[in-house]
Design a protein around this ligand. Sequence first.
Ligand SMILES: Nc1nc2c(c(=O)[nH]1)N[C@H]1C(S)=C(S)[C@@H](COP(=O)(O)O)O[C@H]1N2
Ligand SMILES: [Mo]
Length: 408
Amino acid sequence: MMSRSDRRTTSRGRLTRRALLAGAAGAIGAAAVAPVSGQQAIETTRRPGRGPSEIDQRSPFVTPRRAPSATSSRTPLQDLRGTITPADLHFERHHGGVPEIDPTRYELLIHGLVQRPTLFGLADLKRFPSTSRICFLECSGNLRRGGPDTLPQMVCGLTSQTEWTGVMLSTLLDEVGAGSDATWFLAEGQDAAVMTRSIPMEKAFDDAMVVYAQNGDALMPGNGYPVRLLLPGWEGNSSVKWLRRIELADRPFMTREETSKYTDPLGDGSTVRQFSFVMDARSIITDPAYPRVIEPGWHEIRGLAWSGRGRITRVDVSTDGGASWHAADLQAPVLPKAHVRFRYLWHWTGGPGEIMSRATDETGYVQPTWDALREVRGPRTRYHQNPITSWTVGSDGRVLFGAERLRS
Ligand SMILES: Nc1nc2c(c(=O)[nH]1)N[C@H]1C(S)=C(S)[C@@H](COP(=O)(O)O)O[C@H]1N2
Ligand SMILES: [Mo]
């Protein structure tokens, strides 16, 4: 006679299989679905699994990886769901490597045009009113114009999204008594690059934060442990990591990173955009994307859209190389200066196609084509490249990066 638990397992196994097949058939029509074996579902119930542990690890079957080079590592956008980037998969961009900082010896100096120059320890910073904010960070060098075999991660994996926690910079500036004559502040890191950027005071009083936590935990060393500046919506470079000094002044400091680097030569050959902080609206389809091979039938086109100017208001998707566009669904919550998920249901009938997405933000800014961008910016500019990118779909179902779109 069957025991109670055997009976339950068997009937649950059958139910699951039936439900799965019915669900799959409903969702993707007559497409082939591999028969599900109930064997494993029974095996795992025969002996207890591992008990609780101090810290968990991913399932051995789940292996998302950043793609590191000597100076950066890229978030595997194609492997992620929702909008939050796990801290250990956040992209990294280092100009002088990751310093090891002892939190008990850490200090942040705020001085210059202030009434009370002050040194803050980590514990001091944590005593101030604490705020959390979900927003994206993106390197302004975030475009790789690779060949057809380019992953989403390689196209634009120098962006990630986090729930950051810390103290508003304006709170600290109240504490030190910021001078009314201050118009800029310098942010300086304590890494070997001694990264320094000049930031307008308006940003300090708007939404700048001094953060010490990332997705509920201390910052990762590569992302600025123990403390970094966070400037929502602005080019990643200005969010100085391992922050050790803020100096208020009545002019920008003209550091290397805002003169020889992070400036944008324009098309006329003589003008250069400087202090081009804001990240323009952008989007990318993360699925289907290279290296997937798809079958004819229904596919949910999925991707991410974001803007440094505020909220994304719409994302349009084209499946015919830009000839016609359709509004995609945006997945709540749609936060300002944040990655937003979009999705569009597509019936692929089997011919060659090209899928692409185009983001619009609340200021009315529309993500440009590569040609339109080049016309305005010229051929020599390296930063702030946010063109519409595409994936081509061959008759054989192979999905490849639309590298042709970025030629010229
Ligand atoms: N101190 C310091 N801050 C820094 C950098 C650096 O090299 N040193 N890199 C900048 C650049 S170019 C970017 S894009 C972002 C990347 O932040 P992340 O590594 O946390 O993703 O940090 C910025 N802040
Ligand atoms: Mo960057």
